[in-house]
Ligand binder design. Structure first.
Ligand code: DAH
Length: 348
């Protein structure tokens, strides 16, 4: 015999302890216990011995084989356990953790208000029209009964556009529209009465910003022309609009006012929503809130549009969309709508 059983045992134990995973353990098995393994070959070699010798040596080898087999079994068990727990660590899934919330965007509050207003007017037969934000002086002022040097132009602080060398064949001046009223004339020039339109859009004023003023904001213009369209029609229509928009009963009040493009002209007030008409600080203890300008279309505006003022009459109005939003959501500062504070914007 080349190696003593003790040496073999020590070697085998050392190899077994050194095995780091099941694959290495497989290698160990082949070297010691497999078909051609050292212990197996040792047992096979016994056949060459005499019966007596075989008995004597065989016992020792079998004891060694038994020992190594047991150690191999234990080690296999140990490594299997280790592998299971390390796999489990990698794939750990805690099904009780709350999911990751998907962030959903939302429409800007002013867009929501504009769309709601459009829906209500559409339900009353009004078409929605749009026009340019860069407007000509003629549409913004002259056509609306405000010739050059008319003092009423002072009612609007205007951003005039610089005129480069006139490449286009016009003497026109251009500006950022100060109101949506130019659309009245633009639309009438291209359509025959009777008609009902609203024109929502952005307008610009060259003025200082504060809680109630912005250099740009949104208006919604309205125009209804027919043979017999009256102030009473306007009153009924606008009351219906506010009641639908604010989902509550609302009182309307018309106050005489002045606009160059309407005659007569009025300011429209509605029940103060802060105190529900009971008179509070917000409404200056009147119980009413000022909501918009309106009036019966001036004959000169009809003339500018090419209509005969003897044949047609109608009302026009212009409301602030921002104002509407401030009332609906009880927002006290218009600047919040134009800031980028997501804490504010995502509330709507
Ligand atoms: N354009 C006016 C403004 O910006 C609002 C207005 C008043 C519009 C009376 C109208 C109207 O159509 O009839 O202040």
């Amino acid at each position: 015999m080349v190696k003593s059983l003790i040496t073999l045992e020590n070697e085998a134990k050392k190899a077994l302890n050194g095995a780091k995973n099941l694959k290495e353990l497989d290698g160990f098995f082949r070297v010691y216990l497999g078909k051609k393994g050292e212990i197996t070959l040792l047992l096979k070699s016994l056949t060459k011995l005499t019966a007596q010798e075989r008995k004597k040596q065989g016992k020792g080898i079998n004891v060694l084989k038994g020992k190594i087999q047991q150690l191999f079994k234990d080690k296999t068990q140990e490594l299997k356990q280790e592998e299971i727990s390390s796999n489990a660590k990698g794939d750990w899934l805690d099904i009780s953790i709350p999911g990751i919330k998907i962030k959903q965007g939302n429409l800007h509050p002013l867009t929501q208000v504009q769309r709601r207003a459009q829906d209500i007017f559409r339900s009353m037969g009004f078409a929605v029209v749009k026009g340019p934000e860069v407007e000509s002086e003629w549409y913004n002022f002259d056509a609306l009964n405000m010739p050059p040097d008319h003092p009423a132009r002072e009612m609007w602080d205007t951003f005039w556009l610089k005129q480069k060398k006139r490449s286009i064949n016009t003497k026109e001046n251009f500006l950022l529209r100060t109101h949506t009223s130019p659309l009245q004339v633009r639309y009438m020039q291209q359509h025959n009465p009777p008609l009902r339109i609203i024109a929502p859009g952005r307008v610009f004023r060259y003025e200082a910003t504060d809680a109630n003023h912005q250099i740009n904001f949104y208006q919604l213009e309205g125009l209804m022309i027919g043979k017999n369209v009256s102030v009473a029609n306007f009153r009924a229509m606008i009351q219906e609009f506010y009641e639908k928009f604010f989902s509550k009963k609302i009182a309307i009040r018309l106050r005489p006012s002045y606009f160059p493009f309407t005659e007569p002209s009025f300011e429209v007030d509605m029940t103060c929503l802060v105190c529900n008409g009971k008179k509070c600080k917000s409404c200056g203890h009147s119980g009413f809130m000022e909501m918009m300008g309106a009036g019966m279309v001036h004959p000169n505006v009809f003339r500018a549009a090419g209509y005969n003022p003897k044949n047609w009459q109608g009302f026009a109005f212009g409301m602030g969309i921002d104002r509407l939003a401030m009332m609906k959501y009880k927002v006290e500062d218009i600047r919040l709508f134009y800031g980028k504070d997501m804490r504010f914007l995502t509330q709507f």
